[in-house]
Structure formats: C-alpha cells, structure tokens
Ligand binder design. Sequence first.
Ligand code: BGC
Length: 392
Amino acid sequence: MKKRVLALLLAGVMALGMTACGSTAPEASGNGQEAPSQEGEIGETEKPADSGEGIQVGIVLPTKDEPRWIQDETRFGEILDEAGFTYQVLFSQGSSATEKTNVETLVSKGVKVLILCPQDSAAAASTVDYAADNGVTVISYDRLITGTAKLNYIVGFDSTSVGTAQGNYLIEQAGDKKGNPLYLYAGATTDENAFLFFEGAWQALQPKIADGTFVIKNSSEAEALSDTQELTREQMSAILGQITTDWDFEVSKSKAEANLTAASAADKGDVFILAPNDGTSRSIADVFAIDPDVTSYVITGQDAESASIQYIIDGKQSMTVLKDTRILSRAAVDMATEILESGKATTNATYDNGAGEIPMYQMEVLSVTKDTMQEYIFDSEYYNAADFTGLE
Ligand code: BGC
C-alpha cells in the first residue's frame, strides 16, 4: 500500500502543474456531484453507506486571509475532482467557533473523512471528538491537533525541520563573523506548529548564540536562555510570548517597528532575522528595509508563496521553505481514499499529540534560495517562471 501512495504522490507532483496563486476563493466549494461508485477509482470495497446523498470528504481550512491556504484549496479541488470524490471545502476565518460550525455542517452532510487544518491546535480537540463520535475519520492536515486521542491521522511536513532549515540558513549567511544582531519572530502560540518551527530553529541557532556569532536583540527571555539547547515547553512559551506574530501581517509589522524603535543604531547594521513564514517575512522585511540604520538584512520564510518568490528574486527576502502543497494535498486525498477503501491509511511516523501517539504521514521540506529556485520552483512547475519579473 505504501508503494502505491508514493507512486500516487509522485504522479501528483508530475501531473499537477502551475495553478493560479492568489486567486479568490468562494466561501465554500465542492463539486456537488453524487458520489461515484467506488469501483475502478478506489478499488472493490463497499461504497460508503450513504453515497449518492452525502459528501464523502470534508475539508476545513483556517483562513482565506493567507495565500497559503487558498493554494491548498485549489490543490484539493484539482485532486478531488480528478479522483471523482464528492467533497466540500470550508474556511474558518480565524475562528475556532466557525471551525466547529463548519465541522458540524459537514458531519450533518454525512462526510466519512474530515481533513481538518485547525485554527487553534488545542481548541480543535473537542471538534475532533464531535466528528469522531459521529463516525467520521479525522485527519489533522498540516497543523497539528493536540489533546485528543480520537484524532485518527496526521498528514504534514516535518515542522521541526522547517525551523532547522531556517536556522541553518542564517548560520551559513553569518559565516565566521561574530556579534551579528539577531531578531527572532515566531508564529501564533495557538498553533502547535509554531512551537516546532521555533524549536528546530533554536536547536540550530543556540550554539551560535552561545558562541557570540549572533546576539539576540528583541527577546529578553531568549537572551536569558542563550546557553540552553533543549528548551522546555514553558521556556518556549515565555520566548514565543515576546516574539509571536500571531501569523498576522499587521502584528508582524508593528512588532518589527516596535523592535527597531527600541533598538539603538548599534543594534542594527547587518542584521539577521528569523521570520517564521512568508507572510510575516514580507511584513517584517518591509519594516527593516526602510530603517536607515539597517545596512543589510538576511531573513527567512516558509511556504514558497508566490509573493515571496518574487521577493527573493528582488533580494527583499533571503529564503523560504517549500512545503509542496501538491504533495501535501495529494497525500491527504490518498489517505482519505485508503480510509474509504479499507478503513486504514498508510503512515510512516507517529506524533505524540499529548493524548496519544497519532499515526502520521510525514514529508520532507526543501530550502529555496535564489540558487535552488530554478530547480525546486520552476523546473518542478510549482510556479511558472514567466509569472515573475527580474529573472534572466
Ligand atoms: C503552517 C504554515 C503557515 C502558518 C500560518 C502553519 O501551521 O504550517 O505553512 O504559514 O501556519 O498560516
């Protein structure tokens, strides 16, 4: 079965070319078709009990305010249409209450499999329990859902390695020079991934903070822990409390502005910035770019959003981490297919979500810089080079 999934993943990468980015998405989308016979498409197992009436697969994504999730919606549409599933995609718009209502709606429509990317990792537990108690198999998509053993599966990337890639990039760029100003930013504290990203980055950066390569400029909590390689959850919470962006562009901008206002000219110069994802990276970069005392900056990102690919080409962002949404959505749909077919999905890892070891299908990430962009982004047809300016 695993072989089949991998083959499907590969086929997905090859088959799916460029899709529109930044496209607008309707409130809800789906093909609204009747569920097809399961024969041919997903094997000879029984049809779901109410196929022909209900929706087979429900997908709930956190917000339309970030291009990242709109791209996931587009990918799902392509793959689920091709697979012939009935499905519906709903957005929670940053609200756990809306997320719960969305899940209730999908459960009432008879979904068999729920693919849920939570707004808040802990708050989603009761929503998962509700779906599970109604006979739905729940897959946590990209963002982790914590605190419930009723969660069936997780499909996502190795989030710690995202942070490691970001931290290692900053280290490479700093070279042997000591005393480099370092500004740290993190995701929302309600998102378990934000802790994993930061943990990975910290584990990479900490020895270089301890040896004076980097000097933290915007977090007294992180500074106080300069010599601690393995942070406890409480220690991370204390740091994230100071450096969180809430995954919000405006919060990122105002936090960066406040940090630069508080910093002296000597705390600026050639600076290094850990930014957790592309949206926050662009906001923070724009603030650092106009500070007269910042002579250069190196800044990380994540998601390979098209706007950030353009920023990297333009020298306004330094790197991003590609979490290929073609592979991710394909893996989630493969999981749903296997569940509908046999009640069980292929996994290659587990994740302890605080209530149990949840089976996970985990994938690797790629670091994208000016040097690797051609191969990872254009040759793989993630985006079309013709849609960007400034490439030779
Ligand atoms: C996702 C990132 C995303 C961030 C903000 C995280 O949970 O893994 O890809 O950029 O949320 O939406």
